[in-house]
Ligand binder design. Structure first.
Ligand code: NDP
Length: 444
């Protein structure tokens, strides 16, 4: 049996019921076959794949808090510190009822390669809780965040592990978490990114993942003789990534016709009114169906189905496995020629394979959404220097980072005669740097 297959079997046996983690590891290891097979004995002897698929540390903890009725609630918190080969652990916190150890491990594993692709010195980590901020009062969210940080603070620090936001963790949650960290430790340090602008946050961080997604999409299109201007774009989700992807796509001349949430999707053939989406989602914390109630040209449909809307370019920006094989076939049949992932692993493996086998341009999340963590690393730099860069400075660094990521991914795919397979390109380019650093540091 090949070394890759052996390790894959072991990963499944050692981590039963962590299906998202298996899916992420399998995708990466399958892409790496071509690299591993060239030097299989060396990789096997050094147990490189066993080490890279085993987190350096997993912390799981109880998070008790009191709700507005005086009832004590108990959630489970996680922090997975996956790899510190190229820098301090870096990766977001997710608050969503679906969170479990397998989901946090898949996200932490992906983060290793994503962070490597940014070219910045950041290792891979991820955390979160099965707490659902939806429908909770600000006081309840604060109580939860304070309890969560009362345990988490023991494991993080500006030079060890720097969490950020993800699903369910935005500016409000980062503020409460930061306040509690500072109160417990007495340290005013850049231990979290995504902070508010008045207490160490970086301009452009809010926009970074969505903007970065569109910058790299434009690079991919340009390299293939196309451009975003004049194209119709379908976006799923209506959170942080989706909103700013829509904004940048519109700035580049595309027409965005949809947004969604976990209840349903809106289709607005006139083009999405982003101010209205922001008012509903960022100010009122409402549901996307309110968009269709406020705008006559829009139509709301309950449930899944956003990928049935005809488009040229699709940007999945909600959550993992939200786009399956049937969706991929529908997109293709309706004329879609490019897909770039704002979310982490939104396409199932079958959908990804379909895109690659049917000559669609496809940029995987670990490259396409790396602008968020890259800008977080820029926030860390500004905090260390006690400086603040302008919006334009950060935006132009972000833009350059995304151009560089596209180049690395493209070159890695060409190096192994896998031209236009950006999945393989991203996995290989991310892996090579991490392995080089691991080898240099001995058996750790
Ligand atoms: P937000 O919480 O701001 O928004 C998430 C959006 O996705 C909401 O519209 C939400 O709808 C929808 N969604 C979440 N879970 C589901 C589900 N199970 N089914 C359908 N829709 C769902 O999160 P972000 O925008 O920050 O994150 C979106 C994706 O981007 C995630 O995969 C995240 O890991 C990834 N990402 C985020 C980065 C960042 O900087 N924020 C960086 C890199 C990747 P609802 O309100 O109904 O839950």
């Amino acid at each position: 049996m090949s070394y890759v297959d052996e390790v894959m079997e072991r990963v499944i046996a050692k981590n039963p019921s962590e299906k998202e983690f298996h899916q992420a590891v399998k995708e990466v290891l399958d892409s790496l076959r071509i690299v591993i097979e060239k030097n299989e004995e060396k990789f096997r002897k050094n147990a490189v794949l066993e080490r890279i698929t085993e987190p350096e540390r997993v912390v799981s903890f109880r998070v008790p808090w009191v709700d507005d009725n005086g009832q004590v609630q108990v959630n489970r918190g996680f922090r997975v510190q996956f790899s510190s080969a190229i820098g301090p652990y870096k990766g977001g916190l997710r608050f969503h009822p679906s969170v479990n150890q397998g989901i946090i491990k898949f996200l932490g594993f992906e983060q290793i390669f994503k962070n490597s692709l940014t070219g910045l010195p950041i290792g891979g980590g991820k955390g979160g809780s099965d707490f659902d901020p939806k429908g909770k009062s600000d006081r309840e969210v604060m109580a939860f965040c304070q309890s969560f940080m009362t345990e988490l603070y023991k494991y993080i620090g500006k030079d060890t592990d720097v969490p950020a936001g993800d699903i369910g963790v935005g500016g409000r949650e980062i503020g409460f978490l930061y306040g509690q960290y500072k109160r417990i430790t007495g340290l005013y340090e850049g231990v979290l990114t995504g902070k508010g602008l008045t207490y160490g946050g970086s301009l452009t961080r809010t926009e970074a993942t969505g903007y970065g997604l569109v910058y790299i999409t434009e690079e991919m299109l340009k390299a293939n003789g196309k451009e975003l201007a004049g194209k119709t774009v379908v976006i799923s989700g209506s959170g942080n990534v989706a909103i700013y992807a829509a904004q940048k796509a519109m700035q580049l001349g595309a027409k965005v016709v949809s947004m969604s949430d976990s209840n349903g999707y809106v289709y607005d053939p006139e083009g999405i009114d982003l101010d209205l989406v922001k008012e509903i989602k960022e100010v009122r914390r409402g549901r996307i169906k309110e968009y269709a109630e406020a705008k006559a040209s829009a139509q709301y449909t309950e449930g899944k189905g956003v990928w049935t809307i005809p488009c040229d370019v699709a940007l999945p920006c909600a959550t993992q496995n939200e786009l399956d094989l049937e969706d991929a076939k529908t997109l293709k049949a309706n004329g879609c020629f490019a897909v770039a992932e704002g979310a982490n692993m939104p396409s199932t493996r079958e959908a990804t394979d379909f895109f690659l086998e049917n000559d669609m341009l496809f940029m995987p999340g670990k490259a396409a959404n790396a602008g968020g963590v890259a800008t977080s690393a820029l926030e860390m730099s500004q905090n260390s220097q006690r400086m603040s860069w302008t919006f334009e400075e950060v935006d132009s660094k972000l833009h350059q980072i995304m151009i560089d990521i596209f180049k690395k991914v493209d070159e890695a795919s060409k190096k192994y005669d896998l031209e236009k397979n950006y999945v393989a390109g991203a996995n290989i380019a991310g892996f090579e740097k991490v392995v080089d650093a691991m080898n240099a540091q001995g058996i750790v």
